[in-house]
Design a protein around this ligand. Sequence first.
Ligand code: C2O
Ligand code: CU
Ligand code: CU
Length: 430
Amino acid sequence: VDANGTRVFDLTAEPGDSDLGHGRSTRTWGYNGAYLGPTLRAERGQKIKVNVHNRLNEPTTVHWHGMHLPAKVDGGPHHPIPVGGDYQAAWTVDQPAATLWYHPHPSDLTERQVYRGLAGMFIVQDREQDDEQDDLPHEYGVDDIPVIVQDKNFDGGQLSMSDRFLSDIGILGDEILVNGTPAPFLDVRTSLVRLRLLNASTARVYDFTMSDGRPMQLIGTDGGLLSAPYPTETVRLSVGERAEVVVAMRPGERVELRSAPTGLGRFQGGRDAFDVLQLRAKPNQLGAQPNQLKVPQHLADIERLDPSQAAQRRTFTFQGREINDDRMDMDRVDAVVVKDTVEVWSVANGHDTPHSFHIHDVQFQVLSVDGAAPQPELGGWKDTLFLEPGKRYEIIARFADYADPTTAYMFHCHVLRHEDEGMMGQFVVV
Ligand code: C2O
Ligand code: CU
Ligand code: CU
């Protein structure tokens, strides 16, 4: 924090050597290190300044996924940082506590840059929500754990970028890393542990479950806490989505966070079930009282956006690599949104390939899935949404605070191969 109360972060995108569990070093990329990047944390209301340096051998950008900020500092493909160059982004954090992330977003190169290791978590905290937060596990690294899940391929111990399968969605790995660690485990020292799950893979969809079938309390999604915890045995995350879950542990027990078969068949490249993270509870330190195994029943007040207030309705159909039959054109604006209005977007997956829909700048609410009320796990703020083949989703968002008629935000498929191939559009807020 500098003299003006601004929180300053320095990120250097750089190559490095990692041992990702194969006993020899392999070339990877990271921020301030060989693989992934530091977890950034900031309070709601805080001013942020990030200095980014590019020590890679190709252009990059850093995008703040899920962050409400001006288009100029959004880090999309219009703002490449040249090789050896610097970039500065500054904004004020103003949104509820949430698990966000950052990653590169350059034209055509996003899949390989993320796959090589460029990604990190950005945790927003909110003092006004402290009552709720205090009763949830919230000690970072102790009972509040970042869980960045990625799938990788290795060839002779080297990270491999080749598509193994005839894949329609890009690289699918057959090994799982959590925070860059293969076969990871976590020593749990408390009766409740909060996992901030981030799917930072390039294509894979996960259905997270516990190996013994115990329920997880889903407490948050992309944009913040749910209004109430939702006990569930499965949490599905497509590319770019996050979920916060609380798992209850008893002394001495071991249980595995798994990814169960998703039923997506060939789109998951054959192998579909994985162990992700083993939780090992210490035999004595827990002192688990049954009444401590509960999470608060009220988590957050979520203002419901009202579709009758919508200033505009739009329809987007995802099909092949196109959105409404068009691929990304850096010089074409696909939607002009009026600042401080609410819009309803109807987003459909018109074919049998799974897609993952993401909008920059805003958090949205899901109004309906194929005309029906959404499941409770879609009841909170979202910025990324799994588009099941053949389904239509209605979402609602308010485009508040920042207008800039000359700088666009993106919306796109977050399957990174699709994004690189142009499954992306642009909107401006005026
Ligand atoms: Cu996570 Cu446009 O990106
Ligand atoms: Cu984004
Ligand atoms: Cu897609």
